[in-house]
Every structure is written in structure tokens, then in C-alpha cells.
Design a binder for this molecule. Structure first.
Ligand code: NAD
Ligand code: GLY
Length: 361
């Protein structure tokens, strides 16, 4: 097992990465001491892993399983209320521990429940998708969607630890694994050229779920994420944490327009990364050769390299409702090279227009 640490003063915590961690006694003995523990999961993950976790937590605790309906469409206020209902019905107090057992949807909503229930209770992340293992479980962004926009309601709230068990990926559908690889590639693109080179060399093994390679990719992703979060926990510097949103402004527009869940988050991000790379190339920042390298890697994963058909007007409208938008200016994370990204708000609008009208297929 590998242990990384996120150093955030009194909000510091470890990330454990390895195999068979869901049944690892020491981790849960150390981090799940509470008498009362609520496990928030969903109706896909519960039949696979809930019993293993409950058995590992021991018989002497009060365990409250909270099984939510599966899907991005349920990452909303009504579902959040189901968590509060279950906690209150079971007379949970400020000493309850919440455990998120699931992908990014469960992690985000459980984290926000932990941030807000009785003004904040402890929680642990057990991410069960690749995307949540390399991104959403680490760094403390929690929240839910609003019908007018994705992730519009939430809080920064750090977990007490993150348990990344790669064995849980054995049951993950291939399409979901590929979606997670979009966020892995993102780290190489925004700040780690060496990692991008490594990904080009090992992408086939990652797609085929080679355990050793997966552990290495997750570890390198989490190290990158940890460094970014340590430098800018609350996303207050426009050139640090905000760069994690490479491809996301375009991607969120795609997700919103298509209806949550039709395009997976990682798929929309992949198409968004290609759009950002194209725009960077057109601005003269990225070479044509590097643009092609990005497209090739994304294609090898089987991810989309072109957005669905959305008019320029609609795209702009959707992007204007993104959280990164200030006034009428759409802020975008673009590449200055492979391994370097910046958030910019001044660019030739003609180039954005060209990007939105480009035929990527
Ligand atoms: P998800 O949580 O919807 O999981 C994808 C699907 O896989 C679901 O159907 C789920 O039930 C299923 N599943 C999960 N684990 C499984 C397993 N081990 N075996 C079989 N099936 C399994 O999607 P996701 O891609 O994990 O997360 C996407 C969400 O994460 C979005 O809501 C996005 O906004 C959010 N996100 C948050 C952050 C953050 O920093 N908080 C970062 C990136 C993404
Ligand atoms: N996934 C973006 C962030 O954590 O900031």
C-alpha cells in the first residue's frame, strides 16, 4: 500500500492507494473510530461492496446504510435531503462519521452532507471509479447540481482520509474507466509533461486495467492533485487550482446541453480538452504536432474527440453560466504547451468562435 499526504495544516489527511483496502483492518481501525457510522452509497455499488465494508467496520457499531438512486441526475437537493432524513431518523449526532462509498456523484453529495449536517461532521472518501480515485475524492470540493447549472451549490470540505482500492475497478464498466482516464490525462497536460510522456507509453495497459500501471497512474495523478490543492485550496489564485478545469468549461456546456448523464463527465471533459487544445493551437501557443499528440492519446482511450452538435450561440450561453464566468467574459483554461496551462480571460473572440464552429470529426 502507498500512502500520500495532503498537507493542509489541521485539515491534512492521508490518501491510501493499493489493493484489498476495503477489507484492510488497520485503516478503518484508525480512521473509523466513531460509534455511529453512516455509509452513503448507491443502488449499483451497494450490492457489490457494502457488505464487505460493513463487515470490516465491526459488529459493535451502529451502521446506517444510506442507499441512493444511481446517477448524475440524482446529485441534487432532493437526494441530499434523503441523507439528512436518514441521519435524523437514526438520531445521528455531531459525532457521526459519514463514509462515501461510490463514484464522484456519491462522493460529492456525501461530502456536502458532511459539510452541512449539524454544521459539519467527519467523513471518509472511498472512491470506486477511476475518476473519483484520481480527482473528485481528493481536494475537498463537495456539492450538488442545480437545475440551472452543474455543481452550483456546494462547499470546500476536506475528508479525514481517502481510501483508493484499485480492486474495486474490476467491476467498473470500461466506458467509465475511459472517462476516468480523461482526468488522468488532464494532469499531464496542465502540469506534468513527464507524466504525459509516460501515459503515451502505457495507455494500452491502463485501458486493460493492468494493476501495477493503474496504481502508478493513480499515484502520479493524486500527487499532482495534492500539490495543486496544497498551493491553492480554495481556488483563489487564477493560475493554480483553476487549471484543473482544463476542458471543463466546454465540457460542462456539453453535459448541460445533452442532459446530465447522457455524456459521462469524463467524456465531455475529453471533448473539452480537444477544443481547448485546438483554441490554444489557433492562438499560436500549442504546436500542431502537440495538438495531434493530445488527440491521439484521447482517441487511444476511446474517448470522444469532438463535441456533439451545439450551435455557437447555445454554447456561449451555456458557458456563460459556468462558475468561472465573471460578468460576460468566459474564462478558459488553455494550454501554452503540453505540461503547462493558464486560465485566461482575454483572447480574440474570433478564435473562440472558430473553435465552436470547427468540425473536429
Ligand atoms: P459516478 O459517480 O456517476 O459513477 C459512474 C457509474 O459507475 C455509476 O453508475 C456508478 O454507480 C458506477 N460505479 C461506481 N463504482 C463502481 C464500481 N466499482 N463498479 C461498478 N460500477 C460502479 O461518476 P464519476 O465519473 O465517478 O463521477 C462524476 C461526478 O464527479 C460528477 O458529478 C462530477 O461533477 C464530479 N466530479 C467532482 C470533482 C470534485 O473535485 N469534487 C472532480 C471531478 C468530478
Ligand atoms: N476537479 C477540480 C478541482 O478539484 O478543483
Amino acid at each position: 500500500m502507498k500512502t500520500l499526504n495532503i498537507n493542509l495544516g489541521d485539515r491534512s489527511y492521508p490518501i491510501y492507494i493499493g489493493q484489498k483496502l476495503l477489507s484492510n483492518k488497520e485503516i478503518f481501525h484508525q480512521h473509523a473510530k466513531a460509534e455511529s457510522i453512516a455509509i452513503v452509497t448507491n443502488d449499483t455499488v451497494a450490492p457489490l461492496y457494502l457488505n464487505i465494508l460493513m463487515d470490516n467496520l465491526g459488529k459493535n457499531k451502529k451502521i446506517i446504510p444510506i442507499i441512493l438512486p444511481d446517477g448524475e441526475v440524482y446529485k441534487n437537493l432532493d437526494t441530499l435531503n434523503l441523507i439528512y432524513d436518514a441521519l435524523l431518523k437514526n438520531k445521528a449526532g455531531r459525532d457521526v462519521l459519514l463514509i462515501a462509498l461510490g463514484g464522484g456523484v456519491v462522493g460529492d453529495i456525501c461530502g456536502f452532507a458532511a459539510a452541512s449536517f449539524m454544521r459539519g461532521v467527519d467523513f471518509i472518501q472511498i472512491p470506486t471509479t477511476l475518476l473519483s480515485q484520481v480527482d473528485s475524492s481528493v481536494g475537498g470540493k463537495t456539492g450538488i447540481n442545480h437545475r440551472l447549472g452543474k455543481n452550483m451549490v456546494g462547499a470546500f470540505y476536506q475528508p479525514k482520509c481517502v481510501v483508493v482500492d484499485i480492486d474495486l475497478l474490476n467491476t467498473l464498466p470500461q466506458r467509465e474507466l475511459s472517462a476516468g482516464l480523461a482526468e488522468v490525462i488532464k494532469y499531464g497536460l496542465i502540469r506534468d509533461l513527464e507524466f504525459f510522456n509516460w501515459l503515451e507509453a502505457h495507455i494500452e495497459q491502463l485501458v486493460n486495467k493492468d494493476s501495477a500501471r493503474l496504481i502508478e497512474a493513480i499515484e502520479r495523478s493524486c500527487i499532482n492533485k495534492a500539490e495543486v490543492v496544497e498551493a491553492d485550496e480554495l481556488e483563489s489564485d487564477k493560475n493554480i487550482r483553476a487549471t484543473l478545469n482544463l476542458g471543463h468549461t466546454f465540457g460542462h456546456a456539453i453535459e448541460n446541453e445533452m442532459g446530465y448523464g447522457k455524456w459521462l463527465h469524463g467524456e465531455a471533459v475529453a471533448a473539452g480538452i480537444v477544443m481547448a487544445a485546438y483554441m490554444s493551437k489557433e492562438l499560436g501557443w500549442l504546436t500542431a504536432q502537440d495538438y495531434l499528440r493530445i488527440i491521439q492519446l484521447i482517441e487511444l482511450v476511446g474517448l470522444p474527440i469532438s463535441p456533439p452538435k451545439i450551435s455557437e450561440e447555445k454554447f456561449i450561453d451555456l458557458m456563460l453560466s459556468d462558475k468561472k464566468t465573471k460578468g460576460n467574459q468566459i474564462n478558459l483554461v488553455l494550454q501554452t504547451s503540453i505540461g503547462k496551462a493558464v486560465l485566461i480571460n482575454e483572447y480574440d473572440p474570433e478564435i473562440l468562435s472558430k473553435t465552436l464552429n470547427h468540425n473536429f470529426s
